[in-house]
Design a protein around this ligand. Structure first.
Ligand SMILES: NC(=O)c1ccc[n+]([C@@H]2O[C@H](COP(=O)([O-])OP(=O)(O)OC[C@H]3O[C@@H](n4cnc5c(N)ncnc54)[C@H](O)[C@@H]3O)[C@@H](O)[C@H]2O)c1
Length: 271
């Protein structure tokens, strides 16, 4: 019987694989047999890969050019690249949501039945139910430039934090897209990690405050999540082992949200 977790024979595309989670994912994919991995990133990856397409995912034209360079079937698309609110809101929305959406929509025709789209979202996007009306309004716009105009005039109304909002949008867009993709036999899911020990954590320490980041880790397991601990659930969602999992957010946060939902979080460390 074949191993349902194996990537043998699967052609994979990963965005944001020069450092952090994406770099750990390249190592893991090599271990579990992926024969051909294409990376889209600003920076060249050092981990195992077959093809690197230098791409600035904040630019619509660069995303289109990268799509044109991806030939043949793509069994699994990992939309993993992300930037923090240390960058301008338009860049955050473009990299974290618009590029992810454009790649997912434009490559869908190349993803065969049984294939999957897996997005790296975040527990930072957990407040999406509060902003669902605005998120759907933005998703309905669709067009890249008009979406960027929308964010300029609506960011304050959705909390003012471009990073958290972008991850809220990714989570809702993923749910919406999953219904369309499953009609083709393609699944769409996301992983929502807690703070991870990657270069991006420095940016979050700057934008959200080191105290909040450390408090979140302390309230979960007390140990910061490793990039590999995010790569593993990402790989699971892209594998045959998750063949009936569609339209879901896999919360990989060491139990932080579970403790929050059941009133077991100690907020005193925040004051
Ligand atoms: N680090 C955390 O605490 C944390 C927590 C939750 C979710 N996440 C998410 O995990 C994902 C991976 O982030 P990470 O923590 O590994 O960070 P990272 O900074 O190590 O990796 C991000 C990758 O994206 C690439 N990238 C950045 N801007 C780009 C652009 N404009 N075009 C192309 N590539 C670009 C970088 O070169 C890098 O390889 C992101 O989506 C992030 O939002 C991170």
């Amino acid at each position: 019987m074949s191993n349902p977790f194996s990537y043998a024979g699967k052609r994979v595309v990963v965005t944001g694989a020069a450092t952090g989670v994406g770099a750990a994912l390249l190592d893991l994919l090599a271990e579990i047999g992926a024969p051909e991995v294409t990376v889209l990133d600003l920076k060249a990856p050092t981990g195992p890969h077959a093809k690197y397409i230098a791409t600035n995912l904040s630019e619509r034209g660069a995303v289109d050019a990268a799509v044109a360079e991806i030939d043949g079937p793509v069994d699994v698309l990992f939309n993993n690249a992300g930037v923090a609110a240390t960058q301008a809101p338009q860049i955050v929305l473009a990299v974290n949501y618009l590029a992810l959406r454009a790649l997912s929509e434009k490559l869908l025709g190349q993803i065969p039945a049984g294939g999957a789209i897996v997005n790296t979202a975040s527990i930072a996007g957990g407040r999406w139910p509060e902003h669902l009306t605005q998120i759907n309004e933005l998703i309905d716009i669709g067009d890249w430039d008009k979406s960027l105009e929308w964010i300029d005039s609506n960011l304050e109304a959705v909390g003012g934090d471009s990073y958290s909002f972008s991850k809220e949008v990714v989570r809702v867009w993923g749910m919406r897209h999953s219904h369309a993709t499953i009609a083709k036999g393609v699944r769409t899911n996301s992983v929502c990690p807690a703070p991870i020990d990657t270069p991006l954590l420095n940016d979050f320490n700057e934008t959200m405050g080191q105290k909040v980041m450390e408090w979140t880790v302390t309230q979960a397991t007390g140990k910061i999540m490793t990039p590999r601990e995010v790569a593993m659930p990402l790989a699971f969602l892209g594998s045959e082992a998750a063949s009936y999992v569609n339209g879901t957010d896999l919360i990989a946060d060491g139990g932080f949200n579970a403790a929050m939902t059941t009133g077991q979080i100690d907020f005193s460390g925040l004051s």
